[in-house]
Design a protein around this ligand. Structure first.
Ligand SMILES: [Zn+2]
Length: 332
């Protein structure tokens, strides 16, 4: 029995699945956009948010995130440090200017929801007086504490009473994973000080590559991604929650690698349980492959290729229509 069989074992039959109304506005009425692996992609009739249904149940998802096996090594450490340094740089450049700009050495409080292995908080530390995070994955939270001495909670962010105590709340590649994105964004609003900012990133459903690749788009991940925001649906939601201003930037990805995405595959003859199990394993395999590809800068041609595609061609090709959006929302 492998990890995924053990994961679904406590959920007999199809009880590891749940069907969901719109994760943003709860409307049940939706337009069906087509199949996506073992699920269907839908667009909410009321707020236009795109989401997948059915999805893994809350209990199955929590078990997956808490127990997902992973290991830190020197290659992953270097890749995360590079990525998070870039992310921190983007954030400091792109956020709204404020009276005491985030990034003034040693001022303000940064909180990251889904802080992973801890690299973003570690590289951001020189710019804030206080940094802390929340992370469900046990091993990752433990690593962040041990390697970087960070303050990380493993409990639900909703467990503590709301208090406007942070100047910046960051949530990188998180919002598409949570069952109730509106609740998480409302939590961020309630826990930001006046003038504070939310910084997040999430896949962009309006991206050029999504339009070209359809269901084979890299970010279509039935087992993990529950919602697919566009700049418009994200802005609408943030403004509705009370944020005063919202800014969106997008950046691209390499088209070459997207062909490897097999999340839309369903092997004929498998029952529903088999289809989801297959998708979990596909996800696992792609994750490993992606890490090894983005880590590989072993030769000069590979370094040149990465530099050319990531820094030059992609941003030009996908200007305004990149695969990922970075969103900044300011509280008045
Ligand atoms: Zn909706």
């Amino acid at each position: 029995m492998d990890f995924w069989e053990r994961l679904l074992e406590p959920f007999p039959g199809e009880s590891f699945l749940e069907s969901a109304p719109c994760p943003s506005c709860r409307a049940a009425s939706a337009e069906e956009l087509g199949p996506l692996g073992p699920q269907a992609l839908k667009r909410c009739a009321a707020c236009a948010l795109v989401y997948g249904s059915p999805r893994l149940s809350g209990a199955a998802r929590e078990a997956m995130y808490r127990q997902n096996p992973g290991a830190m090594d020197a290659g992953l450490d270097a890749m995360l440090r590079r990525l998070m340094t870039e992310r921190c740089g983007n954030m400091r450049r792109e956020m709204f200017p404020s009276a005491a700009p985030a990034g003034t050495p040693g001022s303000g409080s940064l909180f990251e929801i889904g802080s992973g292995w801890g690299h973003f908080l570690d590289v951001s530390r020189p710019h804030f007086a206080e940094v802390a995070g929340a992370e469900l994955a046990r091993e990752q939270a433990a690593h962040a504490r041990k390697a970087f001495g960070l303050k990380i909670t493993e409990s639900d962010i909703f467990a503590a009473p709301d208090a406007p105590k942070h100047d910046v709340i960051a949530a990188w590649e998180l919002i598409e994973h949570v069952p109730d994105p509106a609740r998480v964004l409302a939590w961020a609003f309630a826990n930001l000080r006046s003038g504070g900012q939310l910084a997040l990133s999430t896949p962009n459903f309006d991206s050029l590559y999504r339009r070209l690749l359809g269901p084979h788009w890299f970010y279509h991940i039935p087992t993990q991604h529950l919602t697919y925001f566009s700049p418009a649906t994200m802005k609408t939601l943030l403004l509705k929650l009370g944020f005063a201003e919202v800014r969106v930037f997008t950046s691209g990805r390499s088209l070459m690698r997207e062909r490897a995405n097999a999340h839309n595959r369903v092997t004929p003859g498998l029952d529903v349980r088999g289809q989801w199990m297959e998708n979990l394993r596909i996800r696992d395999a792609i994750e490993r492959e992606r890490d090894s590809v983005s880590l590989d800068r072993s030769t000069l041609p590979k370094r040149v290729w990465h530099g050319l595609v990531w820094r030059l061609v992609n941003p030009l090709l996908t200007r305004g229509f990149g695969d990922q959006m970075r969103v900044y929302a300011r509280k008045a």
